[in-house]
Design a protein around this ligand. Sequence first.
Ligand SMILES: [Zn+2]
Ligand SMILES: [Zn+2]
Length: 257
Amino acid sequence: MSHFDARLSTLHTWAEQGLDWFFPPACAGCGRLGHHICPRCAQLVIPAPVSVCQRCGRPHPTPAARCPDCADPTFPLHRVRAAALHCEPLRHWIHLFKYQGRRDLGAPLARYLVAALDLPDWQSTVGRLDGVVPVPLHPDRLRWRGYNQSEVLASQLCSRRQLPLRTDLLQRTRPTRAQIELHPHERSRNVAGAFTAQPASQGLYLLLVDDVYTTGATLSACARALLAAGAARVDALTLAMPDSLHGVTRHTHTENA
Ligand SMILES: [Zn+2]
Ligand SMILES: [Zn+2]
């Protein structure tokens, strides 16, 4: 993060804290005043399962094994992990954060990323990270939304864990359709070649940050661009992952609640 970005981010935090003092926020979950997400609602989020594929992080009955998808030698990510399952109430909060202008939810949502990085899974590698790279938006979409939700999350994570935020390494150079509108098999094609990485990525160990991991097509396209520019290793951490993959179905009763 440049000094200017850091000052801007501090200013933003002060502005938000000032606003909270004059206009106490209402909890995005229950509406009670005083928190953007109150402690009682925050604990309703279901953490990602412990037993996951060692590579893609999807639920897998045998921990530390690889799922069939990750047998693919071209899968570019070294490791993907999610903090929590994409079900209520988190799903609704991510929707507010991404599509309803609730940028203020970035700070409380980033707490789940911080907690995920504290797990033993990451302890040996987090100190070796050279930078955190948010999945970039195309400039057109950024203008329309006003902020990049992944960058808000990554910036919160970096300031809390003293990690370098690198928004300079990766750009989305081709506009793409929203992945959510597409069938899983169309998603890879939609984002293939949409990202360009800078030569400054050379030799770096980087962590991509995004809000939701579904098919992994976007994260894979980002990782391919960074590796093509010479990055040494690319991992990814997302806020949420689907709660039903590889035949492992959990908590479906909360899905449509
Ligand atoms: Zn609440
Ligand atoms: Zn896997």
